[in-house]
Design a protein around this ligand. Structure first.
Ligand SMILES: [Ca+2]
Ligand SMILES: [Ca+2]
Length: 91
């Protein structure tokens, strides 16, 4: 293989790898606290947790989506976890 052919093969290889790399989606951000699953953590996620705070599993106000640590109680720990991710988006 002459020098030109090797150079062309190298360029094709680099382009192929680059195109493959561009098709890989980056790992999504940790959106723990995205209660309404809209891809961002904002007030729309905080309000349901605040409404449910103090509730336990079986309580009509209990919203399982807000029980971030899955301990069957919605308390400040859950709300603080939502606030810790406040403003994050999956974009
Ligand atoms: Ca959200
Ligand atoms: Ca909890």
């Amino acid at each position: 293989m002459n020098r030109l052919a090797r150079s062309i093969a190298l360029v094709v290889l680099i382009l192929s790898v680059s195109m493959f790399a561009c098709t890989i989606k980056p790992a999504s951000a940790d959106l723990t606290g995205d209660i309404n699953d809209d891809g961002k953590v904002d007030l729309k996620d905080v309000f349901p947790a605040l409404f449910s705070i103090g509730s336990v599993l079986g309580d009509p106000r209990f919203d399982a989506r807000c029980d971030i640590d899955e301990n069957d109680v919605i308390n400040m720990a859950d709300v603080l976890t939502i606030f810790a991710n406040f403003g994050k988006t999956n974009t």
